[in-house]
Write a protein that binds this ligand. Structure first.
Ligand code: THU
Length: 134
């Protein structure tokens, strides 16, 4: 099963739009429903407007009607397994609990397994807004 997720991430990475960095990233999510969703990085000439592969996969998942993450894989051509950036860690934490597996993979075949909780300890959550009046 992890292989299917890695294969999906590897495949979608090929479609990445990364003319500025040349660093193509693929992400594949397995939702709690069992469905797999994919995303790639999409850069922009106005650099901050680019989006990460993880964000694309999350958008595809929500558009597909799923909101619960069971696992995610991120893959890139990197000397060591590439971790999600800080912003993407928070985005993942919106849809997955601390124990959700995160597979960090390289195109050369390295795979490092971690979790959302290990990547984002002390996550900001709804409990921190308990005193706020909407
Ligand atoms: N990138 C991702 O898509 N995901 C990550 O986890 C790290 C970085 C992208 C953003 C940008 O297009 C390129 O990699 C270089 O930062």
């Amino acid at each position: 099963m992890p292989d299917a997720l890695i294969d999906a991430a590897r495949e979608v990475r090929e479609t990445a739009y990364a003319p500025y960095s040349g660093f193509r990233v693929g992400a594949a999510i397995r939702a709690a429903s069992g469905r797999i969703y994919r995303g790639c990085n999409v850069e922009n000439v106005a650099f901050p407007e680019g989006t990460c592969a993880e964000a694309g996969a999350i958008a595809a998942m929500v558009a597909g009607g799923d909101t619960a993450l069971a696992a995610i894989c991120v893959i890139a051509d990197s000397p060591s397994p590439v971790p999600p950036c800080g912003g993407c860690r928070q985005k993942l934490a919106e849809f997955g609990g601390p124990d959700v597996p995160v597979l960090l993979a390289t195109t050369s075949g390295q795979v490092l397994e971690t979790t959302i909780g290990a990547l984002l300890p002390g996550r900001f959550g709804t409990g921190h807004m308990a005193n706020a009046a909407p």
